[in-house]
Design a binder for this molecule. Sequence first.
Ligand code: NAD
Length: 142
Amino acid sequence: MQHVKDILAHKSNQVWSVTPDTTVFDALKKMSDKSIGSLLVMEGEKLVGLFSERDYARKVVLHDKSSRTMPVTEIMTRRILCVSPERSVEECMALMTDQRVRHLPVIENKQVVGVVSIGDLVKAIMHDQQILIDQLQQYITG
Ligand SMILES: NC(=O)c1ccc[n+]([C@@H]2O[C@H](COP(=O)([O-])OP(=O)(O)OC[C@H]3O[C@@H](n4cnc5c(N)ncnc54)[C@H](O)[C@@H]3O)[C@@H](O)[C@H]2O)c1
């Protein structure tokens, strides 16, 4: 069974973030440049929010607001679900499914040490399943 720390060990431990006063437009540009769907919103070392493509779609586009002037702090998600590196992939998947979120910041000793996405979890689960399939095939074929 894989854990969050195993996922982080296989991806860059770079955490992409913006400050609360960053405009939505600049945040979207950063997401596009980095090919990611979320940004942590940080005040210094403190995690204060999470800004996602979904926040933009639902809170800006649908309300006909301007991304060029609006700061992310106005629409970021403030109730952030975080996990520790010791959490299992299955526990994180259950949390994401129950709470309908796609990204979980990873916190260790009160510091942000990474981010895991639903895609990261799917990839880890598929990897484990492939190993199991290979072992079963070997067992069957001798
Ligand atoms: N990530 C994968 O390995 C993977 C595997 C299979 C399919 N997909 C598909 O790709 C699409 C989106 O992928 P996703 O769910 O991984 O979301 P995503 O596009 O937001 O994430 C892409 C990668 O960037 C990382 N990331 C995202 N925000 C970050 C941040 N602020 N700081 C640091 N790293 C950050 C994620 O952990 C992930 O590794 C989905 O359609 C998904 O099904 C992804």
